[in-house]
Write a protein that binds this ligand. Structure first.
Ligand code: PLP
Length: 410
């Protein structure tokens, strides 16, 4: 008798985005004439930029000739891309990351989940609440949690509330934790962490022999020079942190697929008897065994992001989204919402300020303004009462959505 992985049965069926999709479809069936503006799912809308497309085309052309054709590439990624990343994203910021500590992949979603494979099952995992659902759901699938409880939490995970009261920076948990997922700039709250705040976590990890899994998918949206772009800008972080980056939001690669994970060679973990072991060889083994590399044209396209033209172009796209974020922030503040984030991140996190629950606000905006956002409670119980607007919509849609919200009756 073949048995299933029963951990999957613990997963909550009403996953956030399918539920949003269901409610929107139902509304559109009943109101076919309604022009619904979608600012819910965090997907980009602006196309790949010319320098990236040119490199992408060149990569395809090389594949079309016997003289420049490429079969399997290095599993870890082509040297030209890893060198560009090490130099531009790390060494230029004073972080001594080397090209061979970088693993190119097809996405941070997979990497942030797959990384759990190299850690033992007795580790206690801590996550921010609200949180990007992938960290929690993959923990459940891997059997690292108990059941889902009535209060909206899984047994066995340590949830760290991030609310307006603590500036969306979690307090160090009272219980000892071993694996800490941190995401800054944060999805869903759009808030950031400064060097001093991150230093507290790095120091905690050093003291407690813990590891930080740092998701910096929105790093390129930082404009404030005081905000660190990488956890490795914090002293000691190379010994306790793995960093995830993605070209998805940086350069519109959500449909093209390219990301990377940094595992420093100085990063240590321990066997059950306390023997220190580097994590690098484990991730190297995992990656080279289970992954055969990102396609050559895609890596060529990704490398173009680091050319002067590429940089200028993606900056213009990011500025376009951040102008949307500014409009969202200003309009929603005027409408009486408490507004957070949206300054160094593409998400604007609001509280209606009227004591309305997240899903009730979702339904009100959908039915009365035909505007779709994301209910904060879908990211975790501490998101209740909050709502996420994404600036990845077109400028016209953002302006129109805010005009419609002005007409709402409360
Ligand atoms: C969008 C996003 C990613 C990127 O995922 P990809 O698989 O690289 O597209 C990673 N982390 C967070 C928090 C995100 O919102």
């Amino acid at each position: 008798m073949v048995q299933i992985n029963e951990n999957y049965l613990k997963l909550q069926a009403g996953y956030l985005f399918p539920e949003i999709g269901r409610r929107v479809r139902e509304f559109q069936q009943k109101n076919p004439q309604a022009d619904v503006i979608k600012m819910g799912i965090g997907d980009v809308t602006q196309p790949l930029t010319p320098a990236i497309v040119k490199a992408f085309h060149e990569g395809v052309d090389e594949m079309s000739k016997a003289s420049s054709f490429k079969g399997y590439g290095p599993e870890q990624g082509y040297e030209f891309l890893r060198e560009a990343i090490a130099k531009n994203d790390y060494q230029s910021r004073g972080a001594s990351i080397q090209a061979d500590e970088i693993f190119i992949s097809d996405g941070s979603k997979c990497d942030t989940g797959n990384i759990q494979e190299i850690f033992g099952y007795k580790n206690v995992i801590a996550v921010q609440d609200p949180v990007y659902p992938v960290y929690v759901d993959t923990s459940v699938m891997n059997g690292r949690t108990g059941n889902f409880m009535g209060n909206g939490y899984y047994e066995g995970i340590v949830y760290m509330p991030c609310t307006a009261e603590n500036g969306f920076i979690p307090e160090i948990p009272k219980e000892k934790v071993d694996i800490i997922y941190l995401c800054y700039p944060n999805n869903p709250t759009g808030t950031t962490a400064g060097k001093e705040e991150l230093k507290k976590w790095v120091d905690y990890a050093i003291r407690n022999k813990a590891v930080i899994l740092y998701d910096a998918a929105y790093e390129s949206y930082i404009s404030d020079p005081a905000i660190p772009h990488s956890i490795y800008e914090i002293e000691g972080a190379c010994k306790v942190a793995i960093e995830f980056r993605s070209f998805s939001k940086t350069a519109g690669f959500t449909g093209t697929r390219c990301a990377f994970t940094v595992v420093p060679k100085d990063l240590m973990a321990y066997t059950a008897d306390g023997t220190e072991k580097p994590l690098y060889p484990l991730w190297f083994r995992r990656h080279t065994t289970k992954f055969n590399g990102v396609s050559y044209p895609v890596q060529k396209a990704a490398a173009a992001i680091y050319t002067p033209e590429g940089r200028k172009e993606i900056r213009a796209t990011i500025d376009y989204y951040m102008n949307n974020a500014r409009i969202l922030r200003e309009s929603l503040s005027k409408l009486g919402f408490q507004v957070f984030g949206g300054k160094n991140a593409p998400y604007v996190w609001v509280n209606s300020g009227r004591g309305i629950k997240s899903w009730d606000l979702f339904d009100k905006l959908l039915h009365e303004a035909n505007v779709v956002g994301t209910p904060g409670s879908g990211f975790g119980p501490s998101g209740e009462g909050y709502f996420r607007f994404s600036s990845f919509a077109t400028n016209e849609n953002v302006v129109e959505a805010m005009e419609r919200l002005k007409l709402l009756k409360w």
